[in-house]
Write a protein that binds this ligand. Structure first.
Ligand code: PMV
Ligand code: MG
Length: 358
């Protein structure tokens, strides 16, 4: 067999962050046209795994009780190895022989000098690896199978997120997504084969492709400061118990707001989508005040304020704390001055388009 390859795109959250970590709470995401590509070619005896991209990215560590601790969940190599492990277990259970290969990763999801944009490279490397290996072993690769195998890989790394990033990298385009009951899936891992788990319906899992109205224009602003999603999600989770009442209110409000936004996509109403974006920004701000976790940094607040002065509806994207913000405008608006306004405030417009796999 010759070389095979598969790519997966980066992602951005549009709405529903944090609440989406709880099963059945929807979020809206997009896939963007920057890609991570994994190539595989057969080898006779020794296999290799090569990624120039990862070796240039600094590995983060902290010190706990005098010990140097690397958070496994921040190390993309673990996701790559877990993706290989789960996909090969599945391939083997389906009765196929495993073989040896050279695997290489190329990524556009971080800037050349190793700066992180927050476009979801751990999800993309997992999805692209699962896809390329299914291809390599001559198996069919439905989106649902790729999503589920990628999720099992992330669960094994004890990833604390909602897996919305995996949904965006798999299904692409504009998406509504709710996460499944992760305890249910984890319990199945003790009693079922991979092959039978991926064939089951996962409770509360929901994906719906959305069509944006023609007049919707999405701009993405990058704050230049990297943020750790894993760490921010841990911080919010740690406050969940102490703030149980306000956290439940946050979950209910986020769910109602994102459901309104999904409805606005279905009816093609940009003004209603914009109303829901502003509402979601407010809901996240209230949660941030109550938990003390900084989501909308001062640069992200400036990004939103600047966008609002051009009739845009804007908010932080994803976990916040840095990374990117998103702003939704009417396509007719003239936005040339906005870009220089953002630049004056140290915000870079990322020239990304939403990517839909045909
Ligand atoms: O910061 P991002 O783009 O990785 O988004 C994280 C979104 C959260 O809802 C906070 C966590 C998650 O996994 O859904
Ligand atoms: Mg982020």
């Amino acid at each position: 067999m010759n070389q095979v390859e598969a790519s997966a795109p980066g992602k951005l959250y549009i709405a529903g962050e944090y609440a989406v970590v709880e099963p059945g709470h929807p979020a809206i995401l997009v896939a963007v046209d920057q890609f991570l590509t994994v190539k595989v070619r057969p080898s006779e005896t020794v296999g290799t795994i090569h990624s120039s991209h990862y070796s240039s990215i600094p590995l983060q560590w902290t010190r706990e009780n005098g010990k140097l601790i690397v958070d496994e969940r921040e190390n993309p190599f673990h996701y790559l190895l877990a993706a290989i492990d789960y996909t090969e277990r599945y391939v083997k259970e389906c009765g196929n022989e495993l073989s040896i290969y050279h695997l290489a990763v190329e990524s556009e999801l971080d800037s050349a000098n190793g700066l992180k944009y927050g476009l979801g490279s751990s999800a993309a490397v997992t999805v692209a690896t699962v896809r390329v290996l299914l291809k390599f072993y001559g198996m069919s690769e439905s989106d649902e199978l790729v999503f589920k195998l990628s999720v099992l890989a992330h669960l094994s790394v004890k990833s604390n997120g909602s897996f919305g990033d995996i949904a965006a990298a798999t299904y692409t385009g504009w998406l509504a997504y709710s996460s499944f009951d992760r305890e249910w899936v984890k319990a199945k891992l003790n009693t079922h084969s991979i092959q039978s788990i991926v064939a089951l319906d996962w409770p509360a899992f929901m994906v719906e492709k959305l069509t944006p109205p023609d007049n919707l224009k999405l701009l993405i602003g990058w704050t230049g400061s990297p943020a750790s999603t894993t760490d921010l999600v841990d911080q919010v989770k740690a406050k969940r118990e102490a703030k149980a009442q306000s956290y439940q209110a946050f979950l209910a409000e986020s769910k109602a707001c994102v459901e309104q936004m999904i409805q606005a996509f279905r009816s093609g109403s940009l003004p209603d989508i914009q109303i829901a974006i502003r509402k979601n920004r407010h809901i996240l701000k209230t949660m941030s005040d109550s938990t003390g976790v900084s989501i909308e940094t001062s640069t992200l607040a400036q990004l939103c304020e600047d966008a609002e002065s051009y009739q845009g509806a804007a908010k932080s994207s994803g976990a916040g704390g840095g990374d990117c913000g998103i702003a939704l405008f009417d396509r007719e608006s003239s936005l040339i001055d906005l870009v220089s306004k953002w630049e004056a405030h140290q915000i870079t417009l990322l020239p990304l388009q939403v990517y839909t796999r045909s």
